[in-house]
Design a protein around this ligand. Structure first.
Ligand SMILES: [Fe+2]
Length: 352
């Protein structure tokens, strides 16, 4: 099965996934979640907006929360380009491609270019942002998971090959791709510009819909500490999935939902990917198989529930009914347990 090929001479230089904008109905509650549980630092705030960053981040913000009275949304996913000149190159590139791109004024950021990708995901690019002191050595100020830095986004979209081509044309490399065994249909792609397997991930379902962003933490116990703090502060039910180990082997994970349902993944530093001989790795999946190396399958909420992008139409098919969920896995086990012959299903095995 062919996957989109990387353009190793891209039209402009994107360096990484860097910042996003979410809306929130109760800013005080969201502030408590992101500062006390995730452990982000507040860079600036007013009555309607909070800018947050990880303890290792020098950039002013990797997450902006905006007050809303409506349904919560993801307004935009941000990427850094290396220089201001790259922004001009980007504008010329999108103009040549017939893709609408517009300059925007964004607080604390340099020139910013707004555009949508090939499946409608609203993006922005900037080269500059106000800087703040890193606080990674000021350990006494760290809270919750003490999240280090923004790492990646995951988006759901019906046409994964079309989504992937937009990014591989811009120089993104594919670390891993997922296809359904037998039919060789591309249902997932992991793409990167920095030195690990993921800046942008797409999975095949109706969309575009925002699934999660990932923040790095330093040690496994930082994920556990986030769970403990969440439990103590009334956010216990925010822990949706994990801790566990991803089947693709990139890292450990824990997924949490903020008060508006926006999902954040905490993960440990993933494998390094730099060399030219890092070829895309194929992962074949079969229906109703737990793809985690260990740990329970993802709950139905993780599979189905997402955040809409503001003002963006959702198209395509919904959840793949063959996708194993925690609920379907448990349902499949129950008859076995009642028979008095319990059988444990190992990773990659369907429960008996
Ligand atoms: Fe992730």
């Amino acid at each position: 099965m062919s996957i989109p090929q990387t353009n190793f001479s891209p039209p402009f230089n994107i360096t990484r996934a860097s910042h996003l904008v979410l809306t929130a109905r109760d800013l005080a509650k969201s502030r408590a979640f992101y500062t006390e549980v995730i452990g982000l630092m507040v860079s600036d705030e007013d009555a309607d907006t909070i800018h947050l960053r990880g303890v290792e981040e020098r950039c002013h913000h990797s997450l902006t929360l905006k007050r809303t009275s409506g349904a919560p949304t993801c307004e935009r996913l941000g990427f850094r380009v290396f220089t201001d000149e790259d922004l001009d190159k980007a504008k010329r590139y999108f103009d040549r491609q017939g893709i609408a791109a517009a300059w925007a004024e964004v607080p604390f950021q340099g020139r910013t270019l707004h555009v949508c990708d090939s499946v409608g995901t609203p993006l922005e690019f900037c080269a500059r942002m106000k800087t703040q002191p890193r606080t990674q050595t000021r350990v006494h100020t760290h809270r919750g998971a003490g999240a280090l830095r923004m790492d990646h986004y995951q988006v759901l979209a019906p046409d994964v090959p079309a989504a992937a081509k937009f990014y591989t044309d811009l120089g993104f490399r594919v670390s891993d791709f997922i296809c359904v065994d037998g039919v060789e249909r591309l249902v997932g792609v992991f793409m990167y510009r920095k030195n690990n397997p993921h800046d942008m991930v797409f999975l095949a379902r109706s969309g575009p819909r925002y699934h999660h962003c990932g923040y790095m933490v330093q040690e496994f116990h930082h994920m556990v500490r986030a769970c403990d703090v969440a439990g103590n502060l009334g956010f216990g039910e925010a822990i949706e999935h994990g801790p566990g180990r991803h089947g693709l082997g990139h890292s450990y994970y824990t997924y949490l939902r903020d008060p508006d349902g926006h999902r954040t993944e905490l993960l440990l530093p993933a494998v390094q990917m730099i060399d030219i001989d890092e070829e895309p790795v194929r992962h074949g999946v079969r229906p109703n198989v737990n793809t985690n190396l260990w740990g329970l399958p993802a709950p139905r909420s993780w599979v189905e529930e997402t955040t809409p992008f503001a003002g963006v139409e959702i198209t395509g098919q919904g959840t793949d009914s063959a996708r194993m969920t925690l609920e379907s896995w448990l349902a499949a086990r129950q008859p076995v347990e009642r028979s008095g012959e319990p059988a444990m299903a190992g990773p990659g095995q369907k429960p008996a």
